[in-house]
Design a protein around this ligand. Structure first.
Ligand SMILES: [Zn+2]
Length: 255
């Protein structure tokens, strides 16, 4: 199977924890060999448990989104792969006037999300194009069998000036280190490198602007400065192993 990002042939095949993985000879991207349809769909975990577990983290994340202008009081937000919906429920609590839509393929999660004050779509096709100020893609890109065309479709749902917030683990750092969390989940089928993620952005006409990884941390760090400094030092030696940031449309002709 050829690379889903640049179409080059594989240079290496290796056994990861849950999948047989291949490394592209062109861009160095790593991907699951022959992922089955819907392999990337995760089933619902107890929504209220998740809500409790992530309440404090979600509040910090949402405040970060507000401060950085990603969302505003009346934004139209689309969450693709909303899962148990804990981030969206926190968002509605903290910003009641926000309009929330989500796409979720898992039946049980879909039914649960339907009980919430959200517009729920069971596929992206139902989400209207050019309609959203902010699109949330948290732990999503590593689940997609064919990321380039799907990310283009998702991008087409943005309003002019809208942005996407993404998080995704890397499968290999630039030093070749592979013991990252990317391989710990059976539903993961894409294992990004900084280079292959950059190529994904180029192919979809998007610019990536990273933000501090701590916005996703479940723990409130007592000393943010030292936490970020230590992480930055580790990443500068080992390479980045977790991508967090905003994607926005690249100016015409910049790619
Ligand atoms: Zn490639």
């Amino acid at each position: 199977m050829n690379c889903p990002i640049c179409s080059a042939a594989p240079a290496e095949t290796f056994s990861a924890r849950f999948v047989t993985a291949q490394k592209c000879s062109g861009c160095g991207h790593i991907y699951a060999q022959d992922p089955v349809t819907m392999q990337g769909v995760q089933v619902l975990v107890d929504p209220d448990e998740m809500m409790k577990e992530y309440a404090a983290r979600n509040k910090r994340l949402i405040n970060f989104w507000l401060r950085s202008g990603f969302i505003q009081a009346n934004s139209a937000v689309l969450d693709f792969g909303a899962g148990s919906g804990h981030i969206l429920r926190s968002l509605k609590q903290l910003v009641p006037s926000i309009q929330i839509s989500c796409v979720e393929a898992d039946d049980a999660a879909f039914k649960f999300l339907h009980s919430q004050p959200f517009t729920v779509f069971d596929s992206l096709e139902q989400a209207p194009r050019g309609s959203f100020d902010a699109i949330i893609l948290i732990e999503l890109l590593e689940h997609l069998n064919d990321p380039v065309p799907l990310l283009l479709e998702i991008k087409s749902r943005l309003r002019p000036g809208g942005r996407m917030f993404i998080t995704t683990p890397c499968g290999e750092t630039r030093t070749g280190y592979r013991r990252t969390s990317a391989y710990d989940t059976p539903e993961h089928v894409q294992f990004w490198t900084e280079k292959s993620f950059q190529l994904l952005c180029e192919k979809t006409g998007l610019n990536f602007r990273p933000v501090p990884q701590r916005v996703m941390s479940p723990r409130k760090t007592l000393n943010r400065w030292s936490y970020e400094t230590l992480r930055a030092m580790r990443d500068s030696v080992m390479g980045i192993r977790y991508l967090v940031g905003y994607l926005q449309c690249a100016p015409q002709g910049s790619n």
